[in-house]
Structure formats: structure tokens, C-alpha cells
Design a protein around this ligand. Sequence first.
Ligand SMILES: C[S@@+](CC[C@H](N)C(=O)[O-])C[C@H]1O[C@@H](n2cnc3c(N)ncnc32)[C@H](O)[C@@H]1O
Length: 276
Amino acid sequence: MNSLIQRQIAFNLSSSNAWDAFADHRSQVTSLLKHGSDLPRLCILGAGNCNDLDLMTLIQFHQDIHLVDIDMDALAQGVAKQNLADHAHIHLHGGIDLTGMIDQMSHWSPNSALTETDIAACIDASAHCLAPLPGPFEVVASTCLLSQLIKIVVDTIGENHPQFVEVIQAIRLGHLRLLMQLIVLGGLGVLITDVVSSDSYPPLASVPAQDLSQVLVQLVRQGNFFHGVNPAAIVNLFRQDPVLSQQVASLDPIGPWRWNFGPRHYAVIAVKIQKR
Ligand SMILES: C[S@@+](CC[C@H](N)C(=O)[O-])C[C@H]1O[C@@H](n2cnc3c(N)ncnc32)[C@H](O)[C@@H]1O
């Protein structure tokens, strides 16, 4: 197992007991994923500890739930904590790298010379995980995974690498294209992402809910947000990327809301995407 996967597992272990702290965030995420019987199969990318998913509620709205993550133990323990281990309609897909690049990226450093082929692979390699998943699905959600995928780039080549921006844009595009590829025609995508945390904006924890939107706009204007997750840039990408835009029927930006992670708070947004 490479060091990037080990780091992710350690990160998941550190928040495995955060069920209570996540209550408000879980309620926001769960309510975005509750849909009628016309959308029977739900797939969640980055489900991890499942502390942000009320699975007992979601299984009343969907016939089958597919949980995908690189960390199989987090999925198994998360489902067991909700007393749903061995549920016939909750399917765990652990050990799946949703970038398709994690082994390659584990060898990257600030001195790595990346070729055009490497950058193209950051977009295309995510499609490798289509084969092991029984998709497409009527609803596909990505739950605070995008920032983690981009963090891999921050932690390997680093912000000063000459191709840093190009690589994070490629990883982001690869993830959004994967999300859309996993959805049936006429289905629904829900991209949920943390945008900024109280580490770089300490007052975040105490911003009144009604002011959060305005505060986030200001933080984004000041450049105080995680690389690659500017909400406007994500919406624009869905509208302008030649591959994505063809598949999008409508986009519905949602939020922000606050996620109490325990040691820090995050501002989180979602984009609902209706696929053509
Ligand atoms: C911030 S967590 C999401 C919150 C999580 N659903 C919970 O309730 O704790 C991000 C998840 O993405 C997963 N992840 C990170 N990199 C991944 C990758 N390359 N492929 C698949 N999953 C990945 C992590 O293992 C983690 O479970």
C-alpha cells in the first residue's frame, strides 16, 4: 500500500468517531440524496466512514446504495456503526482509487518533471474505476472527496511546481467527468465539496448561518479557499467543458452550509446536476 493511501486511512481513522459532530452536515447531505422510487440506485463516491450519510434514511428512498472509497475498512466500520452491516441492498466497493493515478502520484515530488501524457492521464485515468462498479446509477454523489483528491497534488508536487495549476485542473476535470459517466441518462449528480476551513479563516465556526453565503463570496474573492474548489469555477466547468456541457441538462448550486468536523469547521457547497 502506498504512502498516499496510508495517509488517507490515517485521516479517516482520526474522524471515525465524529458521528455526533457531523449531525448538521449529515442532515444536509442526506436531504440532498433523498429521492423518489424513480431513482432506485444511489452511488456515493468518497463515502469513507459514512458519518455524513444517514444510511437508514437513505435506504428508505433508494432500492440499492453503492458506497465507494479507497478505504474498505472505513466503509465496513461506518456501515456497521449504523447497524447496517450485511444489509442486502447496501454494497461496499472498497479499495477503489477514484483518480486511477494514486500509485503513479505516490512517486511524485516537487522535482518531478511531468509530461503532457501525465497531465492527460490525470483527466482520463479516473475512468478505470468504471469497470469494477455496477453502474451507471440513477443518482451519483461525490461527498467532500474533490478537495481530498486535489490535496494529493498539494502533498506530492506542491504548490510551487510549475505545472501545479494544470495538474489540479486535470484531476478536477477527471473527477467531474467520472461523476457524469457514472450517471444514467436523465439521472442526477450531486457534487458536494468543502471550500474553505476555519484553519485559514478562524471565525468560520461562529459566522451566523444567514451570513455564511456572503462570507464565502468574500473569502473566495480574497483567494481564501482550497485549491480547485472555487464554486463558480466548478459551475463554469460543467457549463463550458466540451465533454461535460453536452451531458448537463441543468445545474442547481446549493449552500453553503457549515460542517463541524470536530477540530475545525468547513464551509461546504453542493451542485446538483441533472443529466440529459
Ligand atoms: C473527507 S472524506 C468524506 C467524508 C466521509 N464520507 C465521512 O463521512 O467521514 C473523503 C473520503 O474520500 C476518500 N478518498 C480520498 N482519496 C480517494 C481516492 N483516490 N479514491 C477513493 N476514495 C478516496 C477517503 O478515504 C475519505 O473516505
